[in-house]
Design a binder for this molecule. Structure first.
Ligand SMILES: [Zn+2]
Length: 299
């Protein structure tokens, strides 16, 4: 299948007041081998990133949709919603009608649970949500909102599909534990949610290796749940950085796979598909090729 060879970047930003040139973006991202991805709209006024510039929701949706259309069928628009803004619940339906494929949320000024009415509405319209998680360079006192454990609240939005970005750095252990709890525990209590991890940096190299080693050696299978992302912008796509990260991850997972094969300690293998240990090289491949499509409900 042709699509399987496309490398998707699951975390690409669109900024306010920066030029939008689809052709330039396409050629910059192609230099890193990127052929598709998820493009996040400009931020809502309630977020520090908006720098006081208020672009109405519908207009922001239109801008990101048009940009993605110019980039071809492998780039998908995502609407950055402020779930505590007045009218946010209604924006979810509009987002679906406007062709948005996902929602993006950053909790700079509110707890994740404050947005539950929006997350439940997103379930209704089958829109997955990409959350920022971990320390946020937003100039706000926001660490308390962005710890992975705060996203346990998704149990109150059963049926939701969501991803936590940046592996929750520096609270990476908390992110691993949350994945185990929600991915395996939620359904036992009739509250199934589908949690993904977006590994876009923010997670420095040294933590990156440790956190993915922990996932594997604890026995949590990310094969279908890890989405690769560079967290760079459409206006100044840093392809050298993206390429560095792709190479880094490929080598890291290949290395971890060797170590994993020879590990004889206890593994919760019963939680693996067919009782087999995951292949971490396949995990890497899926993280760059397939898992974004899975997250978006394309496959
Ligand atoms: Zn980001």
């Amino acid at each position: 299948m042709e699509e399987n060879n496309i490398v998707y970047d699951g975390h690409i930003h669109m900024s306010i007041n920066k030029p939008l040139d689809a052709k330039k973006f396409m050629s910059d991202s192609a230099r890193a081998g990127i052929g598709g991805g998820l493009v996040l709209s400009q931020p809502p006024i309630g977020l520090p990133d908006a720098r006081g510039i208020d672009i109405p929701a519908e207009k922001r949706m239109g801008i990101v949709r048009d940009f993605c259309e110019q980039c071809g069928k492998n780039f998908f628009p995502c609407f950055w919603i402020d779930p505590v803004e007045k009218g946010a619940v209604e924006q979810v339906k509009l987002a679906k009608e406007m062709g948005m494929r996902a929602l993006k949320v950053i909790c700079s000024c509110h707890a994740p649970a404050d947005g539950l009415p929006v997350y439940r509405e997103a379930v209704k319209y089958d829109l997955p949500i990409l959350f920022h998680s971990g320390s946020c360079w937003d100039g706000e006192v926001s660490g308390k909102y962005n710890r992975p454990s705060e996203f346990e609240c998704m149990l109150d939005a059963p049926g939701s599909r969501f991803a936590l970005a940046h592996v929750g750095w520096p609270w990476t252990d908390e992110c691993v534990a949350l994945f185990g709890k929600l991915q395996h525990g939620g359904k036992s209590y009739g509250k199934a949610v589908d949690m993904y991890i977006d590994d876009s940096p923010g997670t420095p190299d040294v933590y990156r290796r440790q956190v993915f080693r922990n996932f594997a050696f604890i026995g949590y299978d990310l094969t279908d749940k890890l989405i690769w992302g560079a967290d760079v912008g459409v206006s100044d796509y840093n392809w050298e950085w993206a390429k560095y990260m792709l190479d880094f991850d490929r080598e890291m997972f290949a290395d971890l796979n060797e170590e994993f094969k020879n590990f004889n300690g206890y593994l919760a293998v019963s939680s693996f598909k067919d009782g087999k240990r995951p292949d971490l090289n396949l995990l890497y491949k899926n993280s760059i090729h397939k898992n974004l499509l899975r997250f978006l409900g394309e496959i």
